[in-house]
Design a protein around this ligand. Structure first.
Ligand code: GLV
Ligand code: MN
Ligand code: MN
Length: 426
């Protein structure tokens, strides 16, 4: 018999042991000897975890569909199917040296919410949906979070399908290669509200002894592609003053980027995460380098100021070193405030469960930041060890993961069982 008794739902907890077991089980898909995961989006390893997720969802009685960018949606019916589902989830792709929790926790805790509701025989008023967004990481195809951006209308599906990885393979080809280009139009599936559980990926919760971060928004992000053209010449015969060394120009620019971020301390950050000498050779002065630059801050005006300073620094270095520096912004994501009503629901769920909590802004990008443009959205953070993420040593405790899943469950129940008039609307 389906249950609606509020005291029964108030007391409901996720099965933390089962959640932990799924985290360890799926970590085998792309698992590395160092205990991390290398599961780039749309790779064979990603295909395996997607298949696992579909089968687990179907075994839990959910109906799974896939959109034209490979995003998986697993629906649990509600009593009132005219209401748009309360959705939750995250991503199952990882960085090349990723950990076991970034993204994975949010998707598997979403599955665990469904399983726990099934075990307790609880039916919700509003349908529920767990989502695995394609390519959150942006490591293989830029930009990051591309499928949720397309869902929210920031890009067309065709624009995303045409993006290429470093090997020249398009998103369309990669989706077809693993059989995950689904039939559903991107953005067509209605979502009433979205909640994403994630590890913090930073040091604040752990340092303050808080179990739950009630996330109020995400900071802004800019991604640049850079190219420096100097002149290739003989390493033994070219006097130092005559050189037009592209690598030395990049070295100066990297230090300038650090200075510019520090000028907006403590919030701003700047990272050159990829740098390649083209046609490298140990006895040739580097003539061409390509690099990427990631710049973030919670304020739009700071992003503007940093972009202007970076461009001035590039011009000055190029002139002094007689090289060309091309800096092209390929992506800008504005800082995102989350929906106050959904943030309040997360806060209330954490309070009712008795977890130490604090409000927090996300330093990382998340699919929730894109969803927020289209549906009422918020996030839940749990601590990770030493604040380390995007690293194979990334770690979170089973207790904290379970606490996050409980908060997700209680948030979702509050949203899904709210009277229609109080349901999030946009
Ligand atoms: C996503 O992982 C990001 O770059 O914040
Ligand atoms: Mn993530
Ligand atoms: Mn990540």
């Amino acid at each position: 018999m389906a249950e609606t008794n509020p005291s029964k739902t108030d007391n409901l907890r996720a099965n933390g042991g089962r959640l932990w077991a799924t985290i360890l089980e799926t970590a085998a898909f792309g698992g590395t000897p160092a205990g991390g995961i290398n599961r780039l989006t749309l790779s064979p390893e990603d295909a395996r975890v997607r298949d696992w997720f579909r089968e687990a969802c179907e075994a839990a009685g959910l109906t799974v569909s896939v959109d034209g960018l490979g995003t998986q949606y697993a629906l649990r019916p509600g009593r009132d199917m005219s209401r748009a589902p309360i959705a939750f989830g995250s991503h199952l792709d990882t960085q090349p040296t990723g950990g076991k929790f970034d993204g994975v926790l949010g998707v598997l805790a979403g599955l665990e919410v469904m399983r726990s509701l099934n075990d307790a025989g609880i039916e919700t008023e509003t349908p529920l949906m767990v989502v695995n967004w394609t390519n959150e990481e942006g490591s293989r195809f830029a930009p990051a979070m591309m499928a949720s951006a397309a869902y929210a209308g920031e890009f067309t599906t065709d624009e995303i399908l045409a993006k290429r990885d470093a090997a020249g393979i398009s998103v369309a080809e990669a989706l077809d290669a693993i059989g995950y280009r689904g039939g559903e139009a991107v953005g067509a599936r209605a979502i009433g509200a979205f909640v994403e559980l994630h590890i913090e990926q930073g040091p604040i919760l752990e340092a303050e002894g808080k179990t739950i971060g009630v996330v109020e928004g995400g900071q802004g992000i800019m991604w640049f592609d850079g190219a420096i053209t100097g002149f290739e010449s003989h390493a033994g015969t070219t006097p130092m003053p005559r050189r037009r060394d592209a690598l030395l120009a990049l070295s100066e620019f990297a230090l300038a980027a650090e200075r510019i971020a520090l000028a907006h301390a403590p919030s701003a950050v700047a990272t050159i995460g990829e740098a390649t000498i083209l046609a490298p050779s140990r006895n040739v002065v580097p003539g061409r380098v390509a690099f990427t630059l990631d710049v973030r801050d919670p304020r739009s005006a700071t992003l503007d100021a940093m972009e202007a300073s970076l461009s001035e620094a590039a011009t000055a270095i190029a002139e002094r070193r007689r090289v060309e520096i091309a800096l092209t912004r390929i992506w800008r994501k504005e800082p995102v405030p989350f929906d106050p009503a959904i943030v309040a629901a997360v806060d209330e769920a954490a309070r009712s469960l008795g977890h130490p909590r604090r409000r927090i802004i996300s330093g990382a990008g998340h699919d929730a930041c894109n969803l927020a443009a289209k549906v009422p959205t918020a996030m839940i953070f749990v601590p990770c060890k030493d604040g380390v993420s995007h690293n194979e040593s990334e770690s979170a405790t089973a207790d904290d993961c379970a606490a996050g899943a409980d908060v997700l469950l209680q948030t979702v129940l509050r949203l899904a069982n709210a009277p229609r008039a109080e349901q999030p609307a946009r």
